[in-house]
Structure formats: C-alpha cells, structure tokens
Design a protein around this ligand. Sequence first.
Ligand SMILES: C[S@@+](CC[C@H](N)C(=O)[O-])C[C@H]1O[C@@H](n2cnc3c(N)ncnc32)[C@H](O)[C@@H]1O
Length: 419
Amino acid sequence: MYAAAAAAASLRARAAVASMRISSSSSSSSASSSSAASSAAFVRARHARCGGGAWRAPGARLTRRLARPWSSAASSRVGRGRLHRASAGKAVDADGAPHVSVMLEEILECFADVETRTHVDGTLGAGGHAAAMITRHGEMEQFIGFDVDRSAHALAQPRLEQAREKAAAANARATGTLKLSLVEANFRQMREALKALKVDGVDSILLDLGVSSMHLDRAERGFSFMNDGPLDMRMGESAKTTAEEIVNTWPEEEIGRILRDYGEEKHWRLLAKRICEARVEKDIKTTRELVEAIGNVPGKWGSIHPATRTFQGIRIAVNDELGAVEDVIPAAIEALRPGGRLAIISFHSLEDSIVKKQFRKFAGFAEPLSEEVNRYMPQPEKPPKIVRLITRKPLVPSAKEIDENVRSRSAKLRVCEKL
Ligand SMILES: C[S@@+](CC[C@H](N)C(=O)[O-])C[C@H]1O[C@@H](n2cnc3c(N)ncnc32)[C@H](O)[C@@H]1O
C-alpha cells in the first residue's frame, strides 16, 4: 500500500514537473573567480564599504534599522527618480516597465546582509525586483524566477539579462557567471521545480503576491472593472477556471461564499443574488456586464469602486491564490539554507493573515487561544522553531511611495530567516 502511495506521489511529482516550462541560460564574463570563498570576500568587502567594518551576523543591521520609525526612514531613501507618472492611476518605472515594483528599497535592504548565491523570485512579473536583486548581489550564481503568466516572462527576461551584464561589469569581484532559470509555473510547485533544477539550497526568496499592473491595465485580461474586457481573470493559462465560468455556472451559494470569504464583501448575499438574476436573462461575458449586474452597492465607497470586492473575490477563486500561498510557504522555508530569508509582500488581509500565521508557526509560536482551546484546557504543543521573525509587525510603504504609486497602498511586507 505504501509502495503504491509512493509510486502515485512520484507520478504526481513527475506530472507536475512535466507541466512546467523551465528555461535556463548562463553567461560568463572575464571576471571568473567563481569560488564561494571569493563571493564571501565580496560580501564582506561590501559590508566594509557600507561602513560596517566588522562582519556582522546576518540580520543585525536590518533589525536595528527596523527599530527606527520606518516610514520616515524609508521616505528619505525610497523612490527617488524611480517612477514617472504615465497617467492617472497608472505608472511606469524608471526602465519604462509597465509595473512599478512595490517596496523595492525595503526588499533590497532585507536581503542586503544575506550572501545570496541562489535567489528565487516566485512572482517575476515585469522583473523589477528580480533585476534589482541581480544588480545588487554580484555574488549571485543562480537565479530562479517563477511566473504563471507567459507574458511576464517575455517582459522580465531581457531585464534580467541586462541586470546580469550590469552586475558582472560593476562587480570585479562578482562571480561573473549567473545562471538564469525561468519557470513558467505556479510557485506552489516550487519544491518540484527546485528538485528538477537540482537546486540543493536557496539563500533568498521573494514573493510579491497578487496581480501586476499588466493584468490590471490590459482590458483583454479581464481583471479590471474600469476597462471593458472578456471576463477572464486568469493570471496564467494553467488556471482551472475563468471568471466567466464562475459567474455563469456556479450555484448562488458558492458565488456568495467567494464574495464573502475572498472579497470580504458585506453585501455578499445581495450581490450573489443579483449576479444570478442577471445571468438568467443572458450570460455575463464581459467585465462591464458584471459591473452592471452588481449595480449600486449599499454604503459609502469613497475612493473604492463598489465592484472592487466582488472582482477581488472572483479573481482569488479563479487563481486559487490563497491555496497557492498556503502551499508555498512550507516549501520555501524548506528550500532555504540556514541564514537564508523569505520575504513576502501581500496586498490584502486574507493573504497577510496566512503569511503571519505560517511565519509564527515556523517560528515556534503556539496557536493563539480559541473557543476550542481555552487556557483551562491542556495546551497544544509548541511547533518546532525553524525560523526567526525579522519583522514582528509587517512593514508598509512610505507615504511618499504611496503618493507616487497608489497601487502600493495596501502592501505589507513580512520577512523571516531560516535558523
Ligand atoms: C505583483 S506582480 C510581481 C511584480 C514583480 N515583483 C516586479 O517587480 O515586477 C505578481 C506576479 O506574480 C505572478 N503570480 C501571482 N501568483 C502566482 C503564483 N501562484 N505562481 C506564480 N506566479 C504568480 C503574477 O502573474 C504576476 O506577474
């Protein structure tokens, strides 16, 4: 029976790998001193240049900086010349890429003390964070980038190649050989993909969750209630369903459930009913038709469009976004080498609470007391401590960043480090 289960698991793993598209490329430059010793020396030298002098334990610098009021410290450093407004609500970054990377300085800072020989970016997008990490970490030997969206790979790849050249040119002591491996797959397949790439340890992992500006601004992707387009909302072709299928075929209770649980929509019953009434007349096929079916939503909406929560709920269901985050965190922590770090930027409270809960669990905290387990009952055992929390409270963007890029306003960054 065990043999059958093991065979089935190995078949599943092989099927998962077969469904991924992995492409790798390497390049070497004249600076080819690629030993681990030289990259360690490079990192130590970088520390000395930063005025650090003595070699500090990883994390010491960031933790100390985090003791400062973050928003004022960050606002002086973040974003100078980083983005140009293209039009209201849209922006391009300094390279002209159609997505402005959120909390870029904070991300670079949280990995600054880590000797990053192997870096994983689980959410490549336009490659902004990834290119900055490659440029900053001349010691990097392998970069692995995931995205479910093929068009993100097309955008990111040339930026990564450019960053690789820049890093090699700027860092005489850099290894000069950086292998770029791009994986067109869901990051929840991280364990299988790293195994297929024969990666035996990772130093830094970034997940910048959710959709990109390319998704929101391209009407044909069907994510936006501001532009009319087909009701699609799939981040990548591998998603099992579309928004059109959900709104036209799912039972009213199921639609209500995703509006309530994923959209955090107070009026979920009313809106699910309206959607199901509208679809009796004719199928709801476009984003505008969905906005019309939802109609006026009770309450004060301020700067938020009344369809925001409905669209969020449907999008999360189409892409099983919360399930993917649940799955990837244990795999990412398992992949880290001691001292390696995992940083996750989330954009709504549902994602953030999964990240917070899982980080606390891996940091050895017991589950908070609940109705089922109160303080008069035998307490559950504490889980083993595998990571330490670098951020006890999530970091948020500076006021300046939010002002320059309104899409950053709900971002929360949490970081942990493998022991
Ligand atoms: C916010 S964007 C990332 C932007 C990127 N950090 C940058 O600086 O350009 C998120 C990207 O992650 C991808 N994505 C979201 N969830 C994913 C998942 N579960 N697996 C793989 N890619 C995912 C999306 O397709 C999107 O391109």
